[in-house]
Write a protein that binds this ligand. Structure first.
Ligand code: ARG
Length: 480
């Protein structure tokens, strides 16, 4: 090769240094070296099967690619900006190792379908890795929830104490959200599992290649159906980033609740020292930084999604260099969502609820008000009228600094003769919880069943992910 550039033939003069600098993607796409080399090996083998290259050429190329892989793994191969991207680095080094036969590697291939392949191989694995982290998190949530089916806590609307729920029921709400996130990752995985190589620059190739065996070797479910779409589309990455952003939003809500719960104002829970940090100035501080960071990172996950979304919007077919901008936000999302999922799991393993504080909050917030209205309704009072009566009682209590259970029976009866001493049972927190047996409601029996069902759903998801890992991910380190 006369110059390290893969496209120097057409160019008489040298290219401005700024062009090299802006054009280069090696600083970030080096991360794709395993995918790139594995894809090249599959391509070379297919070229030989089809008689496009000879068997000994194939062996030289595959051995050479193996050596490049080892050199990158060991840090021997130095990356340099003038070699533009990972594809160029691999090919140039292969040329140094094998000589001119290296020039046959790129037969019937363009960097456009090559990068599409690398990126799909990467995204498939990243999707399963994130899904795995998420199953671990759901597992931690379920384990915590299972010990708290009878632990009453105030449920909120508008961040105002509203009605009693249990800690288990509250946590199970997140289990449901995260299970849907898992479903979104799984759906995205199914759709991204198509092999794009063979699309060439955009219009396929005149060489007698065969795509399906490459797909099989690389463990893709099938091949892409349109060569233009193969090189032009990145919605598989966008889908992962969208699912990641939604998951990030769910994580941020849970993180925010942890921040609130461990504050002195709420004091509903405690986080172990091992997952908190201190202040450099205020010796008394114990801060939930990890929760705050998980809350904060939802911003970058949403931002990453938006960055690629806007890049794709209005882009004419087929490949455009704009598409190189897909990688940094994608990698960032994969890295940071992974960290958030691990951090949340760790916090849940070190979060201790304070049942006595939760119970206290229940008494002070008039959380039995709806139950008391329902008590009157059960005795024939129309709901609107009952609502009015209880509203008046609450106002009285506030004025006199009392809770509902501290008000004497005569005061109740003065407003409605339907009240009897049994009203105080209706105000018992355990009673209030047990009475909410509606499907999807917080009664301990219901929640225990819901948690059981979630465990079963999670187990099914885990076995699906395990089988996908075994059958639908190419091993990148060895060329079996
Ligand atoms: N670095 C490029 C990317 O990430 C690889 C494909 C380059 N293709 C090309 N025709 N210049 O998209």
């Amino acid at each position: 090769m006369k110059t390290p550039k893969l496209w120097s033939g057409r160019f008489a003069g040298t290219v401005d240094e700024l062009v090299d600098r802006v054009n280069a993607s090696i600083d970030f796409d080096r991360r794709l070296y395993r995918e790139d080399i594995r894809g090249s090996v599959a391509h070379v083998r297919m070229l030989a099967r089809q008689g496009i290259i000879g068997a000994s050429e194939r062996d030289q190329l595959v051995d050479g690619l193996g050596q490049v892989l080892r050199e990158i793994e060991s840090g021997e191969l130095a990356f340099q900006q003038k070699l533009e991207d990972i594809h160029t680095h691999v090919e140039v080094r292969l040329h140094e190792i094998c000589g001119s036969v290296a020039g046959k590697l790129h037969t019937a291939r363009s960097r456009n379908d090559q990068v599409a392949l690398d990126s799909r191989l990467y995204t498939k694995r990243a999707t399963l890795d994130l899904a795995d982290e998420l199953t671990t998190l759901v597992e931690a949530l379920l384990t915590l929830a299972e010990t708290h089916c009878d632990t009453v806590m105030p449920g909120y609307t508008h961040l105002q104490r509203a009605q009693p729920v249990s800690v288990a029921h509250h946590l199970h709400a997140y289990v449901e959200m995260f299970q849907r996130d898992l479903g979104r990752f799984a759906d995205a995985f199914e759709r991204m599992d198509r092999m794009p190589l063979g699309a060439g620059a955009l219009a396929g190739t005149t060489h007698p290649i065969e795509r399906r065996s490459v797909a099989a070797e690389l463990r893709f479910a099938s091949v892409t159906a349109n060569s233009i779409d193969s090189v032009a589309s990145r919605d598989y990455a966008l889908e992962l980033m969208s699912a990641a952003a939604i998951c990030g939003a769910h994580l941020s809500r849970l993180a925010e609740e942890i921040v609130l719960w461990v504050s002195q104002e709420f004091a509903f829970a405690e986080l172990d020292d091992s997952v908190c940090t201190g202040s450099s100035m205020m010796p008394q501080k114990k801060n939930p930084d990890l929760a705050e960071l998980v809350r904060g990172k939802a911003g970058r996950l949403g931002g990453n999604f938006l960055a690629l979304f806007v890049t794709l919007k209005g882009l004419p077919l087929a490949y455009n260099k704009d598409l190189q901008e897909d990688k940094e936000p994608l990698f960032d999302t994969v890295d940071h969502l992974g960290m958030c999922l691990q951090s949340m799991t760790l916090m849940l393993q070190h979060l201790r609820f304070r049942p006595e504080r939760l119970r206290q909050a229940l008494v002070q917030g008039f959380l039995g008000a709806t139950d008391l209205a329902d008590y009157l309704v059960a005795r024939g009072v129309p709901f609107r009228e009952a609502h009015e009566v209880i509203g008046t009682l609450v106002r009285t209590c506030i004025a006199e600094g009392l809770t509902l259970e501290e008000l004497p029976l005569e005061r109740f009866r003065a407003l409605s003769p339907a009240f009897e001493a049994s009203l105080f049972d209706a105000l018992d927190p355990a009673q209030m919880l047990a009475a909410r047996t509606v499907e999807g409601g917080p009664a301990p029996v219901r929640v225990a069943k819901a948690l059981e069902l979630s465990r079963a759903q999670l187990a099914a998801r885990v076995s699906e992910l395990t089988s996908w890992r075994a059958t639908r991910l190419a091993s990148l380190a060895s060329f079996e």
